[in-house]
Structure formats: C-alpha cells, structure tokens
Design a protein around this ligand. Structure first.
Ligand code: ZN
Length: 340
C-alpha cells in the first residue's frame, strides 16, 4: 500500500450492521465466497426512504443478512432506490430481487444494465465463444473447456437483473442523503462504471475503479476482443485527478481511505511496469498463454489462471495498438512479437 494512503478511522461494520460515514450516509458489508471475502455497500438516508449503492452476490448467507436489514433498518424506512456502480455479480447480483421486494427504482448506466441483464440470464451464455477465445490465445483444449465451464453458471450469482432501469450518464446528478452526487464514468474494469462524487461531502463512491489495496482486474475478454480496456482504464482515471486530493474514497473492497491521487499514481506505475515486462517477454512470437506464464510466476488456481490470461491480453492489446507489438494469427492461434 502506498504510504500516502490513510484509512478513515471507521469501524468495519459487522454483518447486518451499519457504520456511519457522514451525515445520512452509512457503510455496510456483505460476505463473498472468494479469497476477496467481502464487498462494501453504502446506504444514503432521505426523509422518505433509503438509497442503496450496490447489492451483494446472490447466495443464502447474503439473503439472510438482507433479511435482518429488512426487519430492522428498512422496517422503519423503506428501500426506495438501488444504484449499481457496475454489473459484476457482487455489485448487481441481488439488484433484481431487492427491486422486486421493495418496488425500488433500479438505477445504473446503460452499459452496466445491458451486460448485467445478459450475465444474469442463462440463455445468454455462449460457451463456444469462451472456448474459442482461450484456444486462440494458446490454451490447451482442456484449459479452454475448463474456462468455458467456469463461466457457464455465472447467472447463478444473480437474481435476474431488472428488465427496465433508470439511466445514468457521465455528469448525471443523483440527490441522496440530502446532497447531490455527480456521476463520473470509469472504464476498463467494467463497461461504464458509475462512480459518484459529492462536492458537499468531498466523498467519492468509487466502486471497483479505485481500490486501496488491490488493482482492479483489467481484462480483455472474449465478448470484446478488439477493445483496449487498459487504455480505457488509465485514461478514464485521469478524471479523478480533478477531484480534491484529500477526498475521502469509499471503495467496494477493503477500507475507506484518503490518498486518491497517490492511488492513481500507483495504478499508472503498476501498469507501466507490467507493460515494460510484457514487451521484454515478447522477443519472439508468443501466445497470451505463454506470456501469462512468465508474467504470473506464482501458483494460480484455475479461476486465477483465466483472469491471468485476460490481464495479459489487456497488456498485449495495449502494446499492439501502440505499435510496439505485432499480432499474427496462424492456424487459429494468435501470437504477439516485439517490433524491433
Ligand atoms: Zn467489479
């Protein structure tokens, strides 16, 4: 962690409990069944009810905790509105269920709504696409089939995402907790991630775009193979440099902190280092699978290995579009080599 980052002096909330962050703004946590074992959610209080930011993943443990919150917090004042920063299941998994239970408005960007809706529907899953993607990038048939299987049940982590929504765009303003929050759209980790900034409170609700301890996953994925997510991420992050350096950041994972600009510097340095290393590796034509094996030298479980391919591809693609690597496709296998 960068020395310039400091945690806010707030108690991490117990499951089902709220920690106050500012006037009419609260922090709650939901567990996740992964190495990253929690997500932070936020609740803003108005006279007529609550606005919730992000929802948690769909499983029995999280549903039970929501049951507790229904019978204490929401029994006094209802849930009126759900804002999702982005479509990943820890953020949007229970949005459809919560919206139906409370008749709450569902609010997000168009890109996040569309992708979340697709991910939450079993019928939208395309296993062949995943398998072709992994094979084209140098993975064995066994690895590629495993990769496709890994993503085949992602819809289980969601209640179906609502079929209608209220649209946020860059610059949209949401009034919640008595103050205005302006939408800043972050790219690269998700499609159009909605981050919210309150000038009055000098607080940024950052979703997964800016995190205190980890780098958000920046993956080139099978559904958008010609994208440049790493460029999108680094470029869209520059918007946050216009915010006050002492803004409090409420991230979706780990603890609220100050040191936004230092964290943006960390991300710039980290990815420049990874890009330089990637370029060093590609002295001869290499597949993403081969490059990934050299970039990620620690032991990876199956889940992490698929993410490593996506991360590696994001860096390869960035360098290709910068004119530093050339991509060739022979016999259905893509390889990248340095242009000397
Ligand atoms: Zn995410």
């Amino acid at each position: 962690m960068n020395a310039a980052i400091e945690h806010l002096p707030l108690a991490v909330p117990e499951p089902g409990c709220l920690t106050q962050v500012a006037e009419r703004l609260y922090w709650l946590r939901m567990p996740l069944p992964y190495a990253l074992d929690h997500i932070n959610l936020w609740l803003a209080e108005d006279d007529d009810g609550w606005t919730l930011i992000d929802c948690g993943i769909k499983n029995d443990v999280v549903l039970d905790i929501w049951g507790q919150i229904f019978s204490n917090t929401f029994a006094k004042k209802p849930l009126r509105r759900i804002v999702c920063t982005h479509c990943h299941p820890d953020h949007m998994g229970l949005a459809g269920w919560l919206a139906a239970e409370w008749g709450a408005e569902f609010v997000t960007t168009r890109g996040e709504w569309g992708m979340g809706r697709l991910l939450s529907l079993e019928s939208a899953y395309d296993g062949d696409l995943y398998q072709r993607h992994f094979q084209e990038n140098g993975c064995s048939l066994e690895f590629a089939t495993g990769g496709a299987r890994q993503f085949s049940n992602i819809y289980n982590l969601y209640a179906p995402v609502p079929s209608s929504f209220t649209c946020l765009r860059a610059g949209s303003v949401i009034h919640m907790g008595g103050v205005d929050w302006r939408v800043i759209v972050g790219l690269g980790h998700a499609f159009e991630q909605a981050c919210l900034y309150s000038e009055a409170l000098n607080i940024l609700i950052a979703g997964d775009q800016v995190l205190p301890r980890i780098t958000p996953a920046i993956l080139l994925q099978s559904h958008q193979p010609t994208g440049n997510p790493l460029h999108d991420f680094l470029d869209s992050n520059q918007q946050f440099r216009a915010l006050s350096a002492d803004a409090a950041v409420l991230p979706s994972h780990h603890q609220p902190f100050t040191g936004l600009h230092a964290r943006l510097d960390d991300y710039d340095h980290h990815h420049q280092e990874r890009l330089a290393k990637t370029l060093d590796i590609c002295t001869a034509p290499m597949t993403a699978f081969e490059v990934s094996g050299q970039l990620f030298t620690r032991e990876l479980d199956a889940h992490q290995a698929f993410f490593a391919i996506g991360e590696t591809l994001a860096h390869l693609r960035y360098l290709e579009l910068e004119g530093k690597l050339v991509r060739t496709l022979e016999g259905g296998i893509a390889r990248y080599a340095r242009i000397s």
